[in-house]
Design a protein around this ligand. Sequence first.
Ligand code: ATP
Ligand code: FE2
Length: 328
Amino acid sequence: MVLLGVESTAHTASVGVVGESAEILAIASDMYRPPSGGIHPREAANHHVEVLPGLVAQALEQAHVRPSEIEGVAFAQGPGLGPCLRAGATVARTLSMLWEKPLVPVNHCVAHVEIARVLSGLDDPMLLYASGGNTQVIAYASGRYRVLGETLDVGIGNFLDKLWIALGGTFPGGPAIEAAAKEGRELLPLPYTVHGMDVAFSGMLTAALALRSKGASREDIAYSVEATAYSMLTEITERALAHRHAEAVVLGGGVACNERLRSMVRSMVEARGGSSFAPPRALCVDNGAMIAWTGLLALRAGTTSSVEESIVQPRQRTDLVETPWRRG
Ligand code: ATP
Ligand code: FE2
């Protein structure tokens, strides 16, 4: 079985093709980078509309498959920015009708989780999903992925992006903060906000900007923000592991590209006698292959959608969708 997946929830338009055993046959992506400031949803959507047809052609060529060999068309139904979601859904509906292949809606968060899980080879790991809009500790139970802990305000990636832009940088902030942090020397005090298995970042944003106005360097701020924010994530992941008597962790989402976060989680898990895994960076950030793979799992379990039912769901939470392929 070969599936094509379309991703367009936020900044990145991407088309992926995957095979039966999660072979990544193609990923063709194009990220919208605003000239300054954050993402304007309609401008990002216009970008996606322009680039998606070309990305479909590119992905088919990379994968060496003809449209007749594609057995289903998956797309990210939510969560995400409405106009961006509609751009991807429109392309997926068109391909599905044109090729006469089933249309498969996929939850974007579940897709981050599933691609990390299959690549890890672990059957039932705990998941730390850290991305732009989301920060969640997730475990599977009774037909769905359950959110054990999450951010109470902004996603960690959005926090990093906002901070970096306020410090004079450009989007995306996460990788730039990672580079700047390597030059940081001093650990500055920042609010460490953990409530049970939840976290919050807006207080840290205010405090970091206050430090900057008192003369702290961008490098020291970056270093301190990484140390504090990633400790918070590591702590809630450890608490979730302890409660579930689990020992394996998989990371996913764009912020899981971060080497410091990976190594902090790895140290914590190894100290408990367990193991952790993070996918290659191209599969941590938004990509069409994770949508195609989750679509393949869903299609195998019998999930398809009519065009009428395929309406996008900007607020579709991780724990709102059934994952029938994980039963049994
Ligand atoms: P969501 O899954 O919430 O919809 P998203 O659509 O914003 O997230 P992702 O590609 O999963 O997109 O994540 C993007 C985020 O990852 C951005 O906020 C970016 O700054 C962050 N990011 C990317 N690389 C790194 C890195 N090396 N260190 C920290 N953050 C990073
Ligand atoms: Fe994402």
